[in-house]
Each structure stands twice: as C-alpha cells, then as structure tokens.
Design a protein around this ligand. Sequence first.
Ligand code: HEC
Ligand SMILES: [Cu+2]
Length: 315
Amino acid sequence: MLLAGCGGPQSTLAPDGPAAQAAAWLWWGMFVWFGLVLLLVASLWLVAWRRRPRSYDAEQARQVGLRWILAGGVLLPGLSILVLLAFGIPLGLRMLPLPLGGPPPLRIEVTGHQWWWEVRYPETGVVTANQLILPVGQPVDLELASADVIHAFWVPRLGGKLDMLPGRRLTMRLRADRAGPYRGQCAEFCGSQHAHMVLAVEALEMADFNAWQAARRVEPAVAREHAAAVRAFRPYCGECHRVAGISDGRRAPDLSDVGARPGLGAGTLEMEQGAMRRWLREHQRLKPYNGMPRHDRLPEDTLDAIAAWLETLVP
Ligand code: HEC
Ligand SMILES: [Cu+2]
C-alpha cells in the first residue's frame, strides 16, 4: 500500500517530459537528503538513550543546550535549505517559459471553471473541453487562467503544478516525450465537485495532431435523422454550449467534439454505451451542484435524441 503512489497514470515518479523529469529529480533529492537527516537524528536519539546520564552544573547545561540549538536548530536546517536551493533552482529553471532558440512554442489557453476545463488553440481557433490534445516532442506553452475561483493545473507525469488565478494568465511550459494518454487533475480545492475536475490529456504524434486540428476546423453536417434534436438543442442548450456551426454559447463546455471525449463531466463518467443519455438525465445526481440545470422541462425522448446526436460529434 505504501508503494501505491509510485506508478500509474498520475504519478510524479513516472515522468515523461523534461519539466516532470526535473520535478522527479527534485523529489528524489529531497527524499535522499531528508532520509539522511532522519538517520542522523534517529542515531543521535539512540546514542542518547543508551548513554549513562552525565551531571552538569547550571552553566554547563546552558552551554550544552545552546550548542544543540545552534547545530540542530540553525545549522542543520540552514544547510538543508542551501542544498535544496542549489539543487532545486536549476531544476526549476527548466520549467519556466524562457525564450527558445527556434520558433516560439505552440500556445494553448487552458481556463479553469467550476468544475470543468476550457481548452483553446488560439492559432487555429479550435476549442475543446475537459481534454488537452498535445503534439509529442514539442514544447507547448500553456496559458493558464480561471473564470471563477482559484484552480490549479497539474498533469504530474508531464510537469509541475501551477495555480490558475482569476484575472491573471500564468504560463507553464510542458513537453510530452511519448505519445499516449496522461491524466491531470485540478490540484487546488475549488468547491464541492473539485474531485470531479479531471483533465484527460492525450499526446499525439505531430502528424496525428495536425490531422486532429484540421478535422476540428471542418463543421460537421447534421444528418437528417438528427434535425429535430438540433432544433431542440439550439435555443436552450445552445445558450450555454457551443457546437461549431450550430450554436455559440460560451458559459459551458464546447461540445463540437464531445462524442470523441474519453469521459463526460470532467471525469465523472467514462464515455461508454449510454453514458451521454445517462449524463443528460442524471447529471445533478452524478455531479451535484454542477453548473448545468436539470433538464426536466424537456421530454425524455427529446433528451435521448439530443444525446444520440451529440454522440455523433467526433472530429
Ligand atoms: C445554464 C447553462 C447550461 C445549459 C442550458 C445546458 N448546459 Fe450542459 N453544461 C453546462 C455546464 C456548466 C456544464 C459543465 C458541468 C460540469 O462538468 O461541471 C455542462 C456540461 C454538459 C455536458 C458534458 C460535457 C463534457 O465534456 O463533460 C454535456 C454533454 C452537456 N452539458 C449537454 C447539454 C445539453 C444537451 C443541454 C440541453 C438539453 C445542456 N447541456 C444545457 C451548462 C449548461
Ligand atoms: Cu479544484
């Protein structure tokens, strides 16, 4: 059980990029150094325990006490902090968005909402939610912000953690060295559904990434069997949600590619058979107090028709 945190999709100890590698080194450095300090203190304690007590007069006792305070309370912590700074500052520099020699890195805007993630690619105008698609092997500058309270961006296998603050944009540079899914999680308590604020990260080979961006710029045509669902969606759901070419709501996750997401409700439901229908009917039970009202006004078969259409929205 003690080793359970040492692996898996969200482990800092399984880094897959330079920023995460630096954080992992720092972790191991701290582990070794504090292990040594623990050993030292525990050995001193054993020695003190086994030794016969000596008798001091008041002045000697003051001297000995002072020596321990200086060594154990000033020197040892001071040295520990110096070692950590000497080790940590160069590693920290690797996480900063410093200018590179070549062309500037790809920019992606990630905004935290209670309780979902908005993801924008300003260069192409592509928007998605609750998932972050990255190219492999490329440095990426994530511009982090919040629309309401303080959230924190953290994909432990790719990099450090950075707060997302209302009214400010902070930049984090990441690079994923391997293709594949990673898991991120809001890392600053942001309300009752904070735990249901998972970010599905997917690193794609450059060609696949470009293909995804290109596919996302084509507005999907609506098949005839979904026309009624779209008519019901546009005036009500469309107030909050955007679907490219259909509606332009900005208060809720962009749904233009919702059918291709690995989950719904930022990690609340896996995207499996029937998940969309279940989410639309039961979202306030599955994720209480989330920002979407109950859809009681809509007949259930309309809701199911909308779910069937949304499932077809894949890039
Ligand atoms: C008042 C605004 C509002 C309205 C109206 C609204 N939604 Fe939502 N919707 C939200 C918010 C906010 C979320 C994010 C909830 C969360 O995960 O915390 C959401 C989430 C969703 C999601 C999950 C997206 C994802 O990636 O996890 C789907 C699907 C969805 N809504 C569909 C609909 C449909 C269909 C309708 C109309 C029947 C609708 N919504 C009406 C605000 C709204
Ligand atoms: Cu949070």
